[in-house]
Design a protein around this ligand. Structure first.
Ligand SMILES: [Ca+2]
Length: 162
């Protein structure tokens, strides 16, 4: 797939839940979706994009960090307390919104909560290992696996007792 400019995370300015575009994951710098303070930054993450270091977008561990979330995608996602999807995890269901991350305790956080702590989000487009199915070779020796089947098995099961 060629790189798609529209599929990159970007920072927009705005207030309110409805500023989060349909199909995107949005992270707000202030609680109540940027209506509780002076900050207006919203990090908008397309569903097929990865944001593995929020500090690159100005959302660090200061007050500028993530304080509210809108998951306008159709997939459950997660926030992580460290970059590259490491550290503690905060699940966010498809279609869910969190108005104030100070309501979500996080052990080891400087402020005791998830407020200003999230540093990366689950990337749905990370390569997923394809299961390898070993097909039997044409000359595979399968004759030893034959097992006799008789017509009386059902009757025997009927009488089985534990
Ligand atoms: Ca904040």
């Amino acid at each position: 797939m060629p790189p798609n400019e529209s599929a990159k995370p970007k920072v927009i300015q705005g207030q309110g839940k409805d500023k989060c575009p349909s199909g995107h994951l949005c992270l707000y710098a202030d609680a109540q979706f940027n209506t509780s303070g002076d900050r207006r930054d919203i990090l908008v993450i397309p569903p097929d994009a990865a944001a593995n270091n929020f500090s690159e977008y100005g959302f660090d561990h200061s007050g500028d960090g993530v304080s509210a979330v809108v998951n306008n995608t159709s997939k459950d996602t997660k926030l992580f307390s460290k970059i590259d999807q490491r550290g503690d995890q905060l699940p966010i269901k498809a279609g869910a919104a969190i108005d104030d991350l100070t309501k979500y305790p996080l052990t080891g956080s400087p402020n005791g909560t998830w407020n200003d702590q999230a540093q990366s989000a689950l990337a749905h487009n990370e390569p997923v290992p394809i299961p390898v199915i070993a097909e039997p070779q044409p000359d595979a020796h399968t004759t030893n696996r034959r097992q006799p089947v008789s017509g009386t098995a059902g009757a025997k099961v009927e009488k089985a007792e534990l």
